[in-house]
Design a binder for this molecule. Structure first.
Ligand code: HEC
Length: 152
């Protein structure tokens, strides 16, 4: 009788140890996953140093529209944030992304393709005239940062 009890106690202890090992492994895996996700999210965010430009009157107007509608994702001076890419970037030079790309982005949104931030939602609250002002602002900033049209 006593022997059987001892056997049962040993088995129970073994089960507890097994359970502890399983819980420990699961916790370790979860922690590893969280760390991997964090690092990939961070590496998706690209921000740049933007040299300020001497803006034209239209550029100044565009800045205000940009700050109200685009800055949350594209960042102050379009330098980028964790939610959207910098537009003061060679990818967006006028030869690669013409003004049309801006009108389309605001009207219809953008499918994720150059980066890993996800899709850009359409910004229908911004009129075509306002997008035109934003384009002036971005192009003037791009030029001040040496980003000029290149043919592809
Ligand atoms: C909710 C976040 C968000 C907002 C708000 C936002 N954008 Fe974007 N935008 C993105 C992301 C993300 C991308 C990159 C998509 C990709 O290429 O992977 C992008 C890409 C773009 C592009 C490149 C389009 C292309 O053809 O590759 C332009 C131009 C642009 N945005 C302009 C704007 C303008 C102008 C506004 C404000 C009216 C604006 N965005 C507001 C997130 C945003």
């Amino acid at each position: 009788m006593k022997k059987r009890n001892r056997l049962r106690a040993t088995k129970q202890r073994q089960r507890i140890v097994m359970l502890a090992v399983v819980v420990w492994t699961v916790c370790g895996l979860v922690a590893a996953l969280v760390i991997v996700r964090r690092t990939t999210e961070e590496s998706a965010a690209v921000t740049v140093q933007v040299t300020p430009a001497a803006l034209s009157a239209e550029g100044v107007e565009g800045q205000a529209v940009f700050e109200a509608n685009c800055m949350a994702c594209h960042g102050a001076s379009a330098a980028g944030t964790k939610l959207g890419p910098p537009l003061i970037h060679d990818i967006y030079n006028p030869g690669h992304h013409s003004d049309q790309a801006f009108y389309l982005a605001a009207a219809a949104g953008v499918r994720q393709h150059h980066w890993t931030y996800g899709d850009m939602p359409a910004q229908p609250q911004v009129s075509e005239v306002e997008v035109g002002l934003i384009i002036r602002y971005i192009r003037e900033l791009q030029e001040a940062n040496g980003i000029v049209a290149k043919s592809y």
